[in-house]
Design a protein around this ligand. Structure first.
Ligand code: PLP
Length: 389
C-alpha cells in the first residue's frame, strides 16, 4: 500500500525546515519519538528512577525492545543484545572471538572506515592475518562471491563485511556469502548500519552468525541506540570483553563462580538508558505501524527516480546500482570537476538540502526515506543541475 507521505511529514519536524536526504548518516526522529524519550525522563524525575514500578516498567521496556527488534530481523529475542551503536556490536564480536595465532579474517577493500580499522586493529592485537579482497562498488554479485570463495583458506575464521555499502548503497549478496562460509566452517559478521530499515531482513533465512545494527539511521530512533544479533548457537563461542555480573550465573566471595556462557545476557553491562530505549521502541513501533515493506517500496521508487533524473544531467555520474537487489535507497553521484564537500555545502547553504560527501568516490550521497517525496526528488535533481552550470 502506498504511504500517506503528507501525513507522515507532519510528524517529522525536520521536514518542515529542510529537505532531509541523509538518513544513512542519521535519520531524524518523528515527534512521537521525542515525546517517548521526554515522558520516560519525566517519569524518572517525578517518580524516582528506582521506585519499584519504574524499575519494573524499565525492565519490561528493554525486553519489549529486544522482542520487537528480533521480530524485525526474524530472530528470537534471546539472540538480541541492545547496544549504543553499530560499531559497539562489531567490537563485541571481533574482540569476543577466541582468536588463535595465524587465524585469518576476510573483508573487502571498499569497507567503511570503522570496519576496516577495527579489522586491522584486531588483526594486529591477536596475530590474525587480514585478507583484503579487492572489489569495486559496482562489482557484479557473482564476481563478489567468486572472489571471496577464492580468498577463503583453511585458516579463515571470519568473513566481516558491510551488508549495504555506505559508499553507494550496494547490497552485498549476503545469503550466498553466508552459504559459502558455512560450507567452509567460517563465521560471518555483517555490519548492518545501512541494513535495518533500509532493506528487508530475515537473519535466520540468511544464515548469518552476527549482525550489528544502529537505531539512529534508517529506524529514525535516538542517538545511542542499536542492537547486535548473535545466532543462538554462536553465543557460547563468543567471550564477553566488557563484563558485569550478568556474565555469571552464580558467584561467591570465595571466588567460586559459574560463567554464563550460553546466554546473550553475558554481554549486558549495568545501567541502561530507559529514556533512550523508550525512544528506540517508539521509533520501531512507528515504522512497523506504517509497514516496513511499504516504506522500502516507497524508498526504492524514490531512489530509482532520483537516479533516472540525475543520469540525464550532463557531467553528472551516478555511482549507485540501478535496481534491487544490488540497489537500495542510497544514491551517490558526482559532478565532473567539483569537490564533493563543495556540492554538499552549496546544497545546504541556499536550499537546505541535507546530504553527505563520499570522498572515496569523490561523490555525494543522498538517502531517500519515508518522509521524502517525488517533488523533493525532482527539486533536488533540479538544484544539482543548476550546480553543473
Ligand atoms: C557501513 C557503516 N558501518 C558503520 C557505521 C557507523 O555506525 P554507528 O554510528 O552506528 O556505529 C556507518 C555509519 O554511517 C556505516 O555507514
Amino acid at each position: 500500500m502506498a504511504l500517506d507521505v503528507q501525513s507522515i511529514r507532519l510528524l517529522f519536524p525536520a521536514c518542515q525546515r529542510t529537505i532531509y536526504m541523509n538518513s544513512g548518516f542519521e535519520g531524524p526522529s518523528p515527534a512521537t519519538v521525542v515525546k517517548a524519550v521526554q515522558q520516560r525522563l519525566a517519569l524518572h524525575s517525578q517518580e524516582g528512577p528506582t521506585s519499584p514500578h519504574v524499575l519494573e516498567s524499565g525492565k519490561a521496556l528493554e525486553e519489549q525492545a529486544k522482542a520487537t527488534i528480533a521480530g524485525m530481523l526474524n530472530a528470537s529475542a534471546d539472540e538480541i543484545h541492545l547496544t549504543h551503536t553499530t560499531t559497539e556490536g562489531l567490537n563485541i564480536v571481533l574482540h569476543g572471538i577466541p582468536w588463535r595465532l595465524g587465524d585469518e579474517m576476510l573483508t573487502v577493500t571498499i569497507e567503511y572506515p570503522s570496519v576496516m580499522v577495527l579489522a586491522m586493529q584486531v588483526a594486529r592485537r591477536y596475530g590474525v592475518k587480514l585478507r583484503l579482497v579487492e572489489i569495486s562498488p559496482t562489482e557484479p554479485r557473482a564476481s563478489i562471491v567468486a572472489k571471496i570463495a577464492e580468498a577463503i583458506t583453511p585458516r579463515t575464521r571470519l568473513i566481516f563485511l558491510s551488508h549495504v555499502h555506505y559508499l553507494n548503497g550496494m547490497c552485498m549478496p549476503a545469503e550466498e556469502i553466508c552459504a559459502l562460509a558455512k560450507r567452509h566452517g567460517v563465521q560471518v559478521l555483517l555490519d548492518g548500519a545501512q541494513g535495518l530499515g533500509n532493506i528487508p531482513l530475515d537473519l535466520h533465512a540468511m544464515g548469518v552468525d552476527f549482525y550489528a545494527t544502529p537505531g539512529h539511521k534508517w529506524l529514525c530512533g535516538p542517538q545511542g541506540t542499536g542492537a547486535l544479533y548473535v545466532r543462538k548457537d554462536a553465543i557460547e563461542g563468543l567471550q564477553p570483553t566488557f563484563v558485569s555480573s550478568h556474565a555469571a550465573t552464580s558467584w561467591l566471595p570465595t571466588g567460586d563462580w559459574e560463567p554464563n556462557d550460553t546466554s546473550v545476557e553475558k554481554f549486558h553491562l549495568t545501567t541502561s538508558s530507559r529514556p533512550l530505549q523508550a525512544g528506540y521502541m517508539e521509533a520501531i513501533t512507528f515504522l512497523q505501524g506504517l509497514g516496513l515493506a511499504d516504506i522500502q517500496e516507497h524508498n526504492t521508487l524514490l531512489a530509482t527516480a532520483m537516479k533516472q533524473a540525475l543520469s540525464k544531467i550532463p557531467n553528472v555520474q551516478v555511482h549507485s546500482p540501478a535496481e534491487p537487489p544490488e540497489a537500495t535507497s542510497l544514491v551517490t553521484f558526482s559532478i565532473a570537476g567539483q569537490e564533493p564537500q563543495a556540492i554538499v555545502d552549496a546544497l545546504w547553504q541556499e536550499r537546505k538540502i541535507v546530504c553527505r560527501a563520499i570522498d572515496p568516490l569523490r561523490g555525494v550521497r543522498l538517502s531517500l526515506h519515508l518522509f521524502n517525496t517525488e517533488q523533493e526528488v525532482a527539486h533536488v535533481a533540479d538544484e544539482i543541475r543548476k550546480l553543473t552550470r
